[in-house]
Design a binder for this molecule. Structure first.
Ligand code: NAD
Length: 486
């Protein structure tokens, strides 16, 4: 549908597209103009979606895993056949490069459905014998019911499908709410659900803001489970709002991820990877590195090479496949990220490249876009807000360290605990340091290599619970212990 040349999205409830009375504007970040109009749903729309999901639950949950897997695999095929169309839309809506959308976001959304379609076929439950009591015990796992799924704007379809796929594969029905800033690919996916074989009401997508649509979903008494990916501050509100209903919660939140670089690291590989881990997707990945601790003996050399490499990380129009970065998601977010660079300067830090140092030349049609160059900061105290708070943009801080115990304490000295990386050729040290870092995921001599069988999630203020493989199986089902006396 179109309204004055703009795309107008509709909610997808009970297998039908339903218009909404009110809308909000969603922008194309690379030009700073309205791209589409997103439903401003509230309690009424969420109520309709929950009702549809409740009605669909008995027959969907009664299907065999193999039957459900067939539907998920068909959706994966349909998405894959339209990969380019989805990648173009994701890049336009989010600001990310077309290369990232083509090679990472949409292929991963496809893979999420394929992965859970196959992994649900192989889960086993537990069994124990108590011969002295004449008993055998076993567990069964049942779907929870209507799952409420809330996702952020940085990896829109990638993270939404990371929730929808396991939820429906395991027999739940869902009401999902993508970010109001990046809703287009979720809406496009709704157009494929019927053809894939999803019965009406199994997947419902309600678009709108957090405080209206999101809150109505979190507070709904008939939604016993919420899987949320987003900021730590929103998670707090969600935890409070869902507490009266004792909901099952999975919270995947922010990070302030350290990289720890020892003098014996493979420097070329380390610099290439830490530039990528700091700036990929404009630094808008929860796993991005934002504090780099470098052993003092190699610090000057590391810093010089890192700044050179950061300057070569190309920022520009997302549709140009030669660019590494596109635009940040919104004007407000760009201003927030820049604010941290101003703060660092005001506190006496040195800004080596990027914001306020280098100039970005953009074509005339993109001058209103929300672009920012990769920015490298040094001489900033560990206690500074710049080193403590999640910036979620193309900004990283470097600082030297002397000793292993010292760097572990400093790396752990934030409220977050999502991811970390360790660089060293000393195997013993790698294991020792990885064990002591307070993070849900530690990469050693690499970054963001993911095996979906392994737990994903953070500790401290980076989240509660884990998702992935067996963890998603556990989260999206209720376990029951059954004892049989013979
Ligand atoms: P956000 O918390 O502002 O919004 C996330 C989602 O929650 C959106 O759909 C939003 O509409 C909704 N929401 C907002 N207020 C709500 C409320 N009161 N009730 C219910 N829903 C509400 O986060 P964001 O700015 O969209 O995303 C960036 C954040 O997400 C960063 O902190 C980033 O680190 C985090 N993130 C974490 C992971 C992870 O796996 N740990 C992955 C990606 C992003």
């Amino acid at each position: 549908m179109s309204n004055q040349g703009k795309l107008v999205l509709e909610n997808y409830i009970g297998g039908k597209f339903l218009p909404c009375k009110k809308h909000i504007d969603s922008f194309n970040p690379s030009i700073g103009e309205v791209y589409c109009r997103v439903p401003d749903s509230g309690a009424e729309e969420v109520e309709a979606a929950v009702t549809a999901a409740k009605e669909a639950f008995p027959s969907w949950s009664a299907k065999s895993p193999a039957e459900r897997a067939q539907v998920l695999n068909k959706l994966a095929d349909l998405l894959e056949a339209r990969l380019e169309e989805f990648a173009q839309a994701e890049s336009k809506d989010q600001g990310k490069t077309i290369t990232a959308a083509r090679n990472v976001d949409i292929p991963r959304a496809v893979y999420n459905f394929r992965y859970f379609a196959s992994s649900i076929l192989y889960h086993t439950t537990e069994c124990s014998q108590m011969d002295h009591m004449g008993c055998v015990n076993y567990t069964i796992r049942c779907p929870v019911g209507v799952a409420g799924l809330i996702s952020p704007w940085n990896l829109p379809l990638y993270l939404l499908t990371w929730k929808i796929a396991p939820a429906v594969a395991l027999g739940n029905t869902v009401v999902a709410k993508p970010s109001e800033m990046t809703s287009v690919t979720a809406w496009m996916m709704c157009q494929l659900l019927e053809e894939a074989g999803f019965p009406p009401g199994v997947v419902n997508i309600v678009f709108g803001t957090g405080p209206r649509a999101g809150d109505a979903l979190v507070a709904h008494p008939d939604v016993p489970l919420i899987s949320f990916t987003g900021s730590t501050s929103t998670a707090r509100v969600i935890t409070e709002r869902s507490a009266p209903h004792y909901k099952k919660l999975s919270l995947e939140l922010g990070g302030k991820n350290p990289a720890v670089v020892f003098a014996d690291a493979d420097l070329e590989e380390c610099i290439r990877t830490t530039v990528r881990s700091s700036f990929s997707n404009q630094g808008e990945i929860c796993l991005c590195t934002s504090r780099i601790f470098v052993e003092r003996s190699i610090y000057p050399q590391f810093l010089a090479k890192f700044v050179d490499a950061a300057r070569q990380w190309k920022t520009g129009v997302p549709s140009d496949p030669s660019n590494n970065n596109g635009a940040l998601v919104s004007k407000e977010h760009l201003e927030k990220v820049r604010g941290y660079v101003f703060l660092a300067r005001a506190e006496g830090a040195q800004v080596h490249c990027g914001e306020g140092v280098d100039t970005l030349n953009l074509p005339p049609q993109n001058v209103g876009g929300y672009f920012m160059l990769p920015t490298v900061i040094t001489e900033v105290k560990d206690s500074s807000r710049v080193m403590q708070e999640e910036i979620f943009g193309p900004v990283t801080c470097l600082t030297p360290f002397e000793k292993e115990e010292e760097v572990i304490a400093r790396a752990n000295g934030v409220r977050y605990g999502l991811a970390a990386s360790v660089w060293s050729r000393d195997v013993g040290r790698v294991h020792r340091v990885a064990k002591q870092l307070q993070a849900g995921m530690v990469w050693t001599n690499c970054w963001m290599i993911r095996d979906l069988n392994l737990p994903f999630g953070g500790m401290k203020c980076s989240g509660i619970g884990r998702e992935g493989g067996k963890d998603s199986y556990h989260f999206f089902t209720e376990v029951k212990s059954i004892t049989v006396k013979h």
